[in-house]
Design a protein around this ligand. Structure first.
Ligand SMILES: [Zn+2]
Length: 358
């Protein structure tokens, strides 16, 4: 009897990390100022450790851990089904306990390593962006500026294969500069940027890039449009810098691209803006496109065609899951947050302290 009680106690202990992660989420949501202090003090140290590990390893630690996790779960399932001394109910209960332990530990690692950044004070508040004053005229001005930039953009083909190391180094330094100007000294951002071995999985899921919250490494899909890929890269580097929310990461990444001395970065900024402009109710995107030169128009249409061609039940499921993830992480806009960057950029153009980017 005593042994059984003890076993039940151990079973319940499996839920403690999950409970701690939930409490940490609630605490962080109520204390954004403390989370901002975490970003400026603890996060750079965590970033240094995790990204150094990712840089030292020849393969992506995220991919390796994912593979080990899948193998470990299969092994545990096989072992559970083979054990004859446990009844089916006890077996299911044990599975639930082990899953709760695993999810709890992963959630704690996620929060401490990066996820708490979702609970920083909103970028509109930190940067004093008057989003409520953004109207159709301001968005149209932003669109006209993007069209002008695209029309003077590069007519040469981007380098193939992708010179990832050079682009990542230049854009990381620009992202750091935006971050430093607006939020103070950024994390070290010695981030590992690589194309994963299983990159086809990213393509099937409709993902162009992602930042691993567990190792602060940026993983990119090499099949993405070569004209906008630097904007995607800058967006991911902003994530690694501690801008967790999608609109904030896009804002920092796009400002970095716009400031870049490299014409391909500025062109990527312009195309990225025009693609998202389409989805903002305030903006008459079609009107802005009437002034596009044939070259950028072809590039924009090619990018739309690429995105349309890869649409599938799998990409839709990924998008729905992403929406759920973003909302549960504290972003009330979910996947609409990606296009909300247009409103932030329009507000940013009229921010008196930020004339440099106009
Ligand atoms: Zn993102």
């Amino acid at each position: 009897m005593g042994t059984e009680k003890c076993a039940r106690g151990w079973d319940l202990a499996n839920f403690l990390p999950l409970l701690a992660a939930l409490l940490a989420q609630y605490w962080a949501a109520a204390h954004p100022t403390a989370v901002e202090a975490y970003w400026s003090s603890a996060y750079p140290l965590i970033d240094l450790c995790l990204s150094t590990l990712a840089l030292l390893l020849p393969v992506s630690p995220t991919e390796v851990c994912l593979l080990l996790l899948i193998l470990g779960i299969c092994w545990l399932l096989a072992r559970g089904f083979r054990s004859r001394h446990l009844g089916p109910l006890r077996l299911v209960w044990r599975g639930v306990c082990r899953s709760a332990l695993l999810c709890g530990l992963l959630a704690l690692w996620f929060l401490a390593g990066w996820g708490l950044n979702y609970r920083r004070p909103p970028i509109t508040q930190r940067w004093h962006l008057a989003v409520e004053q953004v109207d159709e005229t301001r968005v149209r001005k932003l669109a006209a500026e993007a069209v002008l930039l695209a029309n003077t953009g590069p007519i040469t083909e981007p380098s193939e294969p992708w010179d990832l190391a050079q682009d990542a180094s230049r854009l990381a330094s620009l992202v750091r500069s935006v971050c430093h100007q607006m939020d103070g000294p950024p994390p070290l951002l010695s981030v590992a940027v690589r194309i994963p071995v299983a990159w086809r999985l990213l393509e099937w899921l409709g993902i162009d890039g992602l930042t691993s919250p567990f190792f602060h490494e940026v993983l990119l899909n090499p099949q993405q449009g070569s004209r906008v890929r630097n904007a995607v890269l800058a967006h991911e580097l902003a994530h690694a810098c501690g801008y967790a929310r999608e609109d904030a990461a896009s804002l920092v990444g796009l400002l970095a691209c716009k400031r870049s001395p490299n014409p391909a970065d500025r062109y990527a900024y312009a195309l990225f803006v025009m693609m998202h402009l389409w989805k903002v109710p305030l903006a008459d995107g079609r009107k802005a496109l009437e002034h596009l030169a044939p070259g950028p128009r072809r590039d924009l249409e090619a990018e739309w065609a690429r995105l349309k061609a890869r649409r599938s039940p799998l990409t839709r499921a990924q998008s729905a899951l992403n929406d759920f993830y973003l909302r549960s992480a504290g972003d009330p806009h979910g996947t609409d947050s990606y296009s909300r960057v247009i409103i932030l950029l329009a507000a940013h153009r009229h921010c008196p302290s930020l004339r440099r980017d106009r």
